[in-house]
Design a protein around this ligand. Structure first.
Ligand SMILES: [Zn+2]
Length: 250
């Protein structure tokens, strides 16, 4: 039996049988792991306080042939301010749901772990900026996972300076107005300001994203980018997210 310790963030939990629970944790070096914590459903386990959603902790684990089990757990950060505000709970819950659905178990992804940790830290420190933080998180997550193009240009003529580009989910392509062959296909329009915001959020750290000055242009660009990202998420997740319907049972 191999024992080891690892730092990670709890992104989901579920009951398992009558007395156990299974947790998914996003770790720095081993990607997303599923671990089983035995006898944690009776309420008296001393480990329960450390096993809340969003907690960043050191996990002491042991591995059998088929499963990984929790021995002990030591919290590093609980994000208490985040958990005392319904808006930030809702934002964090939505983010970990996306993250969980888009990632596979045991697939190391250090940049995703780092992104999640800075996302939770920013939410903890800047609860009023939760919408910008979420938009930046979604942009970086989809970009880091290779689900978004790195450059947004018209697929037909290569124009990247068109007054607006239209993304058609049916074709998986962007077109400028003059090249859009099948306007009947529908799609979502994205302005140069929104594309600029997309490039900025891809590259910048979350702590810089929240410094963006909120004005009418930015809020319009954020709205367009959010719509575009949500279409990408629907395409990649295949079904409706639980979205912002929240279980407050952390
Ligand atoms: Zn074009």
């Amino acid at each position: 039996m191999r024992t080891f310790q690892i730092k990670g963030i709890i992104i989901s939990k579920r009951d398992l049988g009558e007395s156990d629970r299974a947790f998914k944790i996003m770790t720095e070096h081993e990607g997303k792991l599923e671990i089983i914590a035995k006898n944690t459903r009776n309420g008296s386990s001393t480990r329960n306080g450390h096993l809340e959603l969003f907690n960043y902790a050191t996990f002491f684990l042991y591995k059998s042939e088929n499963h990984t089990y929790l021995n002990q757990c030591q919290t590093i950060t609980e994000f208490t301010r985040l958990k005392s505000n319904l808006e930030t709970i809702s934002t964090a819950y939505y983010a970990i749901e996306i993250l969980d659905k888009l990632t596979a178990l045991n697939d190391p992804a250090e940049e995703i772990f780092t992104l999640l940790l800075s996302f939770l830290r920013e939410l903890e420190q800047n609860p009023l900026k939760n919408e910008t933080i979420l938009l930046a998180f979604k942009t970086k997550l989809l970009y880091d996972m290779g689900l978004l193009p790195s450059v947004i240009i018209c697929d037909s003529c290569g124009n990247k300076l068109a007054p607006e580009l239209i993304y058609s989910p049916r074709e998986h392509k962007f077109h400028c107005r003059s090249c859009q062959i099948n306007p009947g296909f529908g799609g979502t329009t994205i302005s140069p300001q929104a594309i600029k915001l997309f490039y900025f959020l891809q590259k910048t750290h979350l702590s810089n994203a929240i410094k963006l000055k909120t004005d009418q242009t930015l809020s319009q660009a954020s709205k367009e980018l959010t719509t575009l990202l949500d279409i990408y998420l629907q395409e990649n997740l295949g079904k409706e997210l639980k979205s912002k319907t929240i279980s407050y049972n952390l």
